[in-house]
Design a binder for this molecule. Structure first.
Ligand SMILES: C[S@@+](CC[C@H](N)C(=O)[O-])C[C@H]1O[C@@H](n2cnc3c(N)ncnc32)[C@H](O)[C@@H]1O
Ligand SMILES: O=C(O)C(=O)C[C@]1(C(=O)O)C=C[C@@H](O)C=C1
Length: 242
């Protein structure tokens, strides 16, 4: 059942850190669509890039898969034999619902759902790796090691699609993009209270980097080609080719 996100609608006395529990998993499709500008365009493009970059007999990874929206789009666009999609999330609530969601579609493509920390899994023989709004939740000091592991597990010519919330290095532009994001949320029916309570709940858990830092880090790790392919306000998606 598709439910509306009203998690932050009433005043919460002891507002804790945002986490991906049952309450969030139940409303996640509505929450992410109303919160992330460009989300559905990014999901479609993940399918298009899968069709271009997948190679026969390789693995495709969806890291921080939530309910499997990107996984399903990758599966639908996969046009190579002998491939397997590995979809990983460390939230039991998300994995449980992803299993039901993915079972609703008929497909020949093998999908392995793993409830695990993406910092602790093996990545090998990969042609496509997706981090769709997940790296921002990883502790900043673990990000480079995770990206290096992804780089090492990708075959030459393989692709990483990295979507994130960003901060701008220009303070004035940063404020403008945050304001525009809040306008986007208002236009999608979120109240001032919902916007401010969610902002506080995310403060300690979603730590965005600038596009410049992302690019520098990906280049340092060894990716041959790195650029932004989509941005709307302070949300966007980068592509990195090994
Ligand atoms: C914003 S959601 C991702 C949305 C999803 N990729 C999509 O396209 O719909 C972030 C997800 O990352 C997961 N996550 C956060 N830290 C993780 C970790 N260390 N290991 C695995 N999953 C993680 C969360 O449980 C959550 O489901
Ligand atoms: O709602 C916000 O302000 C967000 O930052 C959006 C965001 C995200 O970027 O992952 C935060 C948490 C939810 O998982 C869905 C979307």
């Amino acid at each position: 059942m598709k439910e509306k996100d009203s998690i932050f609608a009433a005043p919460i006395e002891r507002l804790g850190d945002f986490c991906f529990d049952h309450q969030v998993a139940d409303v996640f499709p509505d929450m992410i669509k109303r919160s992330v500008p460009g989300y559905s365009n990014i999901i479609s493009a993940i399918g298009m890039m899968t069709a271009r970059f997948a190679r026969p007999d390789t693995q495709l990874y969806d890291l921080g898969c939530s309910l499997g929206a990107a996984t399903q789009e990758m599966r639908r666009n996969l046009n190579q034999p002998g491939c397997r999609i590995v979809a990983v999330d460390n939230s039991a609530a998300m994995i449980e619902r992803a299993r039901n969601h993915l079972a609703a579609f008929r497909s020949e493509v093998a999908v392995e759902l793993q409830e695990a920390d993406i910092c602790a899994i093996n990545i090998e023989n990969a042609s496509v790796v997706v981090l769709n709004f997940t790296l921002q939740f990883i502790a900043p000091d673990q990000r480079e090691a995770l990206l290096k592991k992804i780089y090492d597990g990708l075959n030459p010519g393989g692709v990483l699609i990295l979507s994130e919330k960003f901060i701008s290095e220009d303070d004035t532009i940063n404020e403008l993009l945050i304001d525009l994001h809040h306008d986007f949320k208002r236009a999608n029916g979120y109240s001032e209270l919902e916007i401010s309570q969610k902002r506080t709940a995310l403060e300690n858990v979603l730590r965005p980097d600038s596009p410049g830092l992302h690019k520098k880090r990906l280049k340092k790790i060894g990716f041959a080609h790195v650029d932004m392919w989509f941005q709307c306000f302070n949300f966007g998606s980068m592509v990195a080719v090994k």
